[in-house]
Design a binder for this molecule. Structure first.
Ligand code: FES
Length: 114
């Protein structure tokens, strides 16, 4: 096993996610991990663009390869308790899209969550 059981990447420096409050999502996830007492097992990192611009804020959890879209700071506690601790991804926040880049033109509306 590596240094951490899971990595959570939050897009905080691409073109669109930072305009959708992704830095607050990052802080909320990091705080929720600390509050849950799992800081030694889960690493929350900033990420550059994840190639899904316009669907954000984007969050991805590895090694599960589970993606979340349109995440809000208030969603952090559920992601931590249900997914990171409970092992069950939060289905209504889940992002399912074809492999590779899925960038939306900025004038298109966001798709509904799964
Ligand atoms: S800006 Fe976040 S996925 Fe591109």
């Amino acid at each position: 096993m590596g240094q951490y059981q899971q990595h959570v990447f939050v897009c905080t420096s691409g073109k669109t996610c930072p305009t959708q409050d992704s830095k607050a999502v990052f802080q909320a996830l990091r705080s929720a991990v600390v509050d849950a007492g799992i800081k030694g097992q889960v690493r929350v990192n900033h990420s550059g663009c994840l190639g899904q611009c316009g669907h954000g804020p984007m969050v991805v959890v590895y090694p599960e390869d589970v993606w979340y879209c349109a995440v809000k700071p208030a969603d952090a506690a559920r992601i931590v308790s249900e997914h990171l601790q409970g092992g069950r991804p939060v289905e209504e926040l889940r992002y399912v899209a074809p492999p590779g880049d899925n960038k939306l033109p900025l004038d298109e509306p966001l798709p509904p969550r799964a």
